[in-house]
Design a protein around this ligand. Sequence first.
Ligand code: F6R
Length: 608
Amino acid sequence: MCGIVGYVGKRPAQSILLDGLKKLEYRGYDSAGIVVCDKGQLHLEKTLGKIENLERAIKNKNWQSTLGMAHTRWATHGKPSDRNAHPHTDCKGELVIVHNGIIENYQKLKQALQKKGHQFKSETDSEVIAHLIEENYRGDLGAAVRQSLSRLEGTYGIAVIHVKHPDVLIAARKGSPVVIGLKENEHFVASDVTPLVSHTKDVIYLEDGEIAEITPSSYHISTINNEKREPAINHVEWEIAEAEKQGYDHYMLKEIFEEPDAARNAMLGRVIPEEGLAHLGGLNMNDDEMREVKRIVIVACGSALYAARAGEYMIEKYADIPVEVEYASEFRYRDPVIDQGTLVFAISQSGETADTLAAMKEAKRKGARVLGIVNVVGSTIARESDGGTYIHAGPEIGVASTKAFTGQLTILAILALQFGRLKNMPFSTGQKLVKELKTIPQKIESILEQDKAIKQLAESYAQYKNFFFLGRGANYPIALEGALKLKEVSYVHAEAYPMAELKHGPIALIDRNFPSFVIVPKDSYYEKNISNVQEIKARDGRMIAVATKGDSNISNLVDEVIYVPKTLDLLIPLLTVVPLHLFAYHLAVALKRDVDKPRNLAKSVTVE
Ligand code: F6R
């Protein structure tokens, strides 16, 4: 969703900010804006649509100012437009803000400020912040920001500039991430580390309720009540090249090709083949505490939720612990039962998903220990959980989650092993599982070798308007993931069902123009799945099967087959998902969709 980048230093800010905005594009946005402060004057430009529009609008400006900030907006209050784009100014045009998040009490504040004569120019909730700071400003910008923030309800990550403070940038956070980048004689502000890593690896993650006042040579972090803070400086491990396309046409394709590494990195140092064991260090639980877990609840959204659902099968089977997977967005509304033996996991690529965060807070409120399974290091979920594990998939830039999904599945398999071995799982099963897990990255690589064939297949199916995705057991969540991926990047309608559910209604839709993806590996459900495939065939349904290498029978029943290598039943999802990711990608490209930034979507969904 919205992105912020700010700079104060010795170099002209304009190009640093534009470059930063481009790095934030992946978050999803509908308009963009930039402001620099020069010799007591603000220079501001805002445009609807892509950052190129903004770039074109300021091409000849050549501002030399060394203080500025920029923003990408994803509309919540007020439609996407130049006027509603950030930055927003006060009445005098002296003060300017950018804001991520939602100000819930903005209408009340706006009315009060309008009564005092403030003129609003946009329909946004954010603009109220600029006017509130203007109202409280008496020469001390920090004090005015503090006073104003104490009146806000909702969430914010903000940055503020005032013409009377030409080398000061103020940033603050409550519920929406803000990172400060540190470098000699220059400092940065951003909503995540991606625009920072090409300048510096040393960052401070602001905590909720903290304010940073930064100049080219200093930074001062304090609370909203003006208590000084000594923040930890973190070193970002990501390399800038990891966040670049490296010759691929799209980030999504690059990230699908990184799925073998995602599985590898998630396992690194965490499985012990000779002992058939796994150990996720960051869980902050000793073996006795883990043995006492009687029930696991997993909260997540979107793809992360589907990974959790596949993990549910793994944990229940290997660790014998009942698992419930809950839509994070619904968790709070059903008064969930959390008792002593319940352990909660929150799974999130970004670590910033507002619904997941809210579910996590609800679980904590009820006394649960909440562990995070997160990709983005230093993200809110990672910091606010009681422990957890990083998946180490590296930056995921494409809006559609792919390699993070594989990383999440791998961690869930490792968790199943770790819990299982602490309970009843025999040594031999543990060893077999570790041995097989270790082969997964290579097996994914062998699936990726079929990329060309899958591309051709996707192109030949690009004219269809509807698809079913069908799977059984742990492959039902994979069907859900396949359908979600196709919908979000190609805008083609797709629905997923458990294989056997089709005959309970949806089969009425089957004809030659309604193809089905059937996930039918040679697992313990194979025969049952084949009966369902026969039912579709009997109704002249068109089918693409994802099947196990060597299964020659299947090609007699379906129109197309994509083969995946053989593995243990509960690890099959790590393989079957890969062709579905590739199919969605290639079909979207064939339809000329904006694959990395699908319409209406945002990478990090920071509103509930
Ligand atoms: C699907 C997708 C979304 C996310 C969901 C959760 O491709 O990207 O469904 O999976 O918004 O996001 P995170 O994992 O960042 O919490």
